[in-house]
Design a binder for this molecule. Structure first.
Ligand code: GDP
Ligand code: CA
Length: 318
C-alpha cells in the first residue's frame, strides 16, 4: 500500500515514526511518502534552514534531541556563542554546531542550483529516514505573521514570532509570502493522486497542514484523489498536546477543539478535504460525510502511534 502523509515538524515527525512502524510491521511493506511544510523555512547567517524537514529527518534518522524536541542529540553550541561574541544577529535562534553542517550542505547545494527536493533527498542519503520526504514546494513560500510592535502593524517571519516572541505577540493574520508563484515540489502531486491513503498528521492545522494545502493545486489534488483522506487531531481536550498551536487557531477563527479543527479542514463532501477524522477519547466532533473515530491519540510510543494508522485504515474502509 502507498501512504502519503502531510506533516509539520515535531508532531509530524513523531507521527511519521508510527507510520513507518506500521508500514514495516506484520510483514507489511507499505511505501510511505511525507509531504513536509516548508513555510517555516528561513535564511539566517547566510544559511538556509528548514526546521520542519530537519525535525522529520533527524527524528526518523534517530538523532533528534528528544528532550528539546528539535535539533540533534549531543549538540554543542560553540558557533552560536562565537556568533554572539561578534554581535551577529539574530541571536535568538539556536543553531547547533552539528546542525549547522546540515545547513551548510543544503545552502551549498541550493546555491549550486539544485531544487530543495533534490537537496532533501541528498541529505536523506545520510539519515535513511525510511520514508520519502518531499518539501511542499521547491520555491520560497514563507509564513509571515502580522503583529503590532510599538503601535505599528508589521509582518515578521513566522520563526521570529514563534521562537523570539514565543507566540506572545497577538497575531492579526498569517501570510504566506511567495504563495502566488510557489508550485508543488517535484513528485508531490503524484504522491497525492497516485496513493492509497492520505493522512493528515496531528500537526499544527494552521501553520503546518493548511500551509501545505494552500500551495497551488495541492488542495484540489487532495479533493480529486481517489485515496481516502483521514486526519488525526492535534487538539486533545481543548488544548494542543504540545506547543502553541492554540496561539494560531483563533487567528483564523478556529475553535481550539477537535471539532473546530475538523470543521477547519472540512468534509470532502463539502469544500474540504476530510473523509475520516480521528479524535481523542472523550472528545467530540461531527461533520457531514466524515467518519469520526475516538481513540487514544497520545503518541506515547511508536506502537500506539502505529495503531492510530491501523485505525485510520479502518475509518477509510481499507
Ligand atoms: P511543529 O512544526 O514543530 O510545530 O510541529 P507540528 O506542526 O508537526 O506539530 C505540532 C502539533 O503536534 C501540536 O499542535 C501538538 O498538539 C501536536 N502533538 C504533539 N504531540 C502529540 C500527541 O502525542 N498526540 C497528538 N494527537 N498531537 C500531538
Ligand atoms: Ca513547524
Amino acid at each position: 500500500m502507498r501512504i502519503t502523509v502531510l506533516a509539520g515538524g515535531v508532531g509530524g515527525a513523531k507521527f511519521l515514526q508510527g507510520v513507518r512502524h506500521f508500514a514495516t510491521s506484520d510483514g507489511r511493506s507499505d511505501e510511505v511518502t511525507a509531504i513536509v511544510n516548508t513555510g517555516d523555512d528561513v535564511t539566517m547567517h547566510g544559511l538556509r534552514i528548514c526546521p520542519d524537514l530537519d525535525s522529520v529527518m533527524y527524528t526518523l534518522g534517530g538523532v533528534i534531541d528528544t528532550e528539546r524536541g528539535w535539533g540533534r542529540a549531543g549538540e554543542t553550541w560553540r558557533i552560536k556563542e562565537s556568533l554572539a561574541e561578534y554581535g551577529a544577529e539574530p541571536s535568538w535562534f539556536g543553531l547547533g554546531d552539528l546542525d549547522i553542517s546540515t545547513h551548510l550542505v543544503r545552502t551549498q547545494m541550493l546555491d549550486a542550483g539544485y531544487p530543495l527536493s533534490d537537496v532533501t533527498a541528498a541529505l536523506c542519503q545520510r539519515w535513511q529516514p525510511g520514508v520519502r520526504l518531499i518539501p511542499m514546494t521547491d520555491d520560497r513560500c514563507e509564513t509571515h505573521v502580522v503583529v503590532e510592535i510599538d503601535g505599528q502593524r508589521r509582518a515578521i517571519h513566522f520563526q521570529e514570532w514563534w521562537v523570539r516572541y514565543r507566540a506572545s505577540l497577538p497575531a492579526h493574520a498569517f501570510v504566506q509570502v511567495g504563495l502566488d508563484t510557489a508550485r508543488p515540489a517535484a513528485g508531490l502531486l503524484d504522491a497525492v493522486s497516485e496513493t492509497d491513503l492520505i493522512l493528515l498528521a496531528p500537526s499544527n492545522p494552521i501553520v503546518s497542514v493548511d500551509t501545505i494545502l494552500n500551495v497551488a493545486g495541492v488542495r484540489d489534488a487532495m479533493r480529486a484523489s481517489s485515496a481516502p483522506v483521514v486526519g488525526v487531531s492535534p487538539i486533545i481536550g481543548g488544548a494542543p498536546v504540545r506547543g502553541m498551536a492554540d496561539a494560531c487557531l483563533p487567528v483564523r477563527g478556529v475553535e481550539t477543539s477537535a471539532d473546530g479543527v475538523a470543521h477547519f479542514y472540512g468534509s470532502r463532501h463539502g469544500d474540504g478535504v476530510l473523509d475520516g477524522w480521528l479524535i481523542h477519547d472523550d472528545d467530540v466532533a461531527e461533520l457531514d460525510g466524515v467518519t469520526v473515530l475516538a481513540r487514544d491519540l497520545l503518541m506515547s510510543s511508536v506502537e500506539v502511534t502505529a495503531s492510530m494508522v491501523a485505525d485510520a485504515l479502518k475509518v477509510a474502509g481499507l
